[in-house]
Design a protein around this ligand. Structure first.
Ligand code: NAD
Length: 266
């Protein structure tokens, strides 16, 4: 049986690709394509907005109450309402929006007591493999290796550094005993910018239409190792979000990661 799917942020860059790819899959029937009340395309057919044929489904402003799963790629401002709606109506949630506050992450964890939730700052397989590896490599290399994380995204991205760059740093902190986020240094400038032992340097590049690039540099006197990931287009995240949506519908309440979805226990 098809799972009824709501897409929140359906008129956005990610939302449109999730909608388009969900239409290709047989696992879902899309029951809601939801947007911010002031979105320019509100009321238009969601399929047409996404560059497809008509779906006879308008881009709407209210969240349907009957659905198995909701995928959210919108803004942090929408997150509290989305979490409440899913809890109230027993709808599983895939939270892809980045830049959530600590309080919102806590709310997600609490909601995980009653509904199944997948939250990930990056839904691609390759990036999740990187999340699983970066901390282990840092631990093997030891304190003599300086670590810098450089990310590049399109000029429209609001939050910085990217949620994925923070997840990489968090994974390294977890494995190496560094304090997250206290041991992160964001950019460097000025006369007193000497690198501190053990800090993780974070650098955000914003330019053009770059979909997403992340590089983790481990460097010591004599050598460097670089691990990197490049997203060629948004479909890698959209496919991951749909895979998470299929998976989360079958899970018991809990807050899960993409590594749970992909079975990446390294
Ligand atoms: P976007 O700005 O193109 O789209 C966001 C959409 O959400 C917009 O159409 C906006 O009108 C809508 N929106 C804003 N507030 C809303 C509300 N209250 N209710 C409903 N819709 C609302 O941005 P995007 O590039 O599609 O990215 C969206 C989010 O997803 C960002 O936080 C981004 O960092 C994140 N992202 C996550 C991943 C991942 O794999 N987890 C990948 C790419 C992007």
């Amino acid at each position: 049986m098809k799972s009824r799917l709501i897409i929140n942020g359906a008129g956005g860059r990610m939302g449109k690709r999730i909608l388009a790819l969900a239409c290709e899959e047989t696992d879902f029937s899309i029951v809601g394509a939801v947007e911010y009340p002031k979105h320019a395309d509100l009321g238009k057919d969601a399929g047409i907005v996404a560059g497809l044929a008509s779906l006879n489904l308008p881009l709407g402003n209210s969240l349907p109450e009957e659905a198995e799963v909701l995928i959210d790629f919108s803004l942090p401002e929408a997150a509290d309402g989305i979490i409440k709606h899913c809890q109230h109506h027993g709808i599983a949630l895939v939270m892809g929006t980045t830049g959530l506050s600590a309080a919102q992450k806590q709310r997600l964890a609490e909601a995980g007591e009653t509904i199944a939730i997948v939250q990930a700052t990056n839904m691609s397989l390759g990036m999740n493999l990187l999340f699983a590896l970066v901390g282990k490599i840092a631990r093997s290399l030891g304190q003599e290796y300086d670590i810098e994380i450089v990310e590049a995204h399109h000029r429209f991205k609001k939050d910085a550094p990217s949620g994925s760059a923070l997840s990489l740093a968090e994974a390294i902190c977890r494995e190496t005993g560094r304090a997250y986020p206290d041991d992160l240094t964001h950019g460097r400038s000025g006369q007193e910018a000497l690198r501190k032992q053990g800090e993780i340097g974070m650098h955000a590049v914003r330019a053009g239409d770059i979909v997403g690039q992340h590089t983790v540099l481990y460097s010591t006197l004599g050598e460097s190792i670089t691990l990197g990931h490049t997203a060629h287009n948004r479909d890698t995240f959209a496919r991951g979000a749909l895979r998470a949506a299929q998976w989360v519908c079958r899970q018991k309440p809990g807050l899960y990661s993409m590594q749970d979805v992909l079975g990446l226990a390294l």
